[in-house]
Design a protein around this ligand. Sequence first.
Ligand SMILES: O=C(CO)COP(=O)(O)O
Length: 125
Amino acid sequence: MTEKPAIALIAHDLMKDAMADFARTHEAVLSGFSIVATGTTGQRVIEACPGLDVTALKSGPLGGDQQIGALIATGGVTLLVFFVDPLTAMPHDVDVKALTRLAIVYDIPLALNRATAEPLLRALG
Ligand SMILES: O=C(CO)COP(=O)(O)O
């Protein structure tokens, strides 16, 4: 990661197309940040926007959500954008809950859908 403030991007599988589109649409603003992402989401964002500074951590179900949570706890995340799939049960639901809880504990902006992410990103950009 660089010295730029970090935005965390995460999307559940059925939301990954939406995340790739979100990244493409907002590439100019996102380029002012370093991006941290869970593994598969990070790969999709890299494919969509090869110019962005993206660090892809572990896949969410394999610890990636917890890695992002640890970054939040150590002050390394400015905004968490997490496109949650509201209709699919997740085997790692406890990790998802722990991550969103930490975003609340550390009072960082948290967008769980695009309608929230866009005004937050505009405010930061
Ligand atoms: O499962 C996730 C978040 O809970 C996302 O992980 P991936 O980006 O690795 O698919």
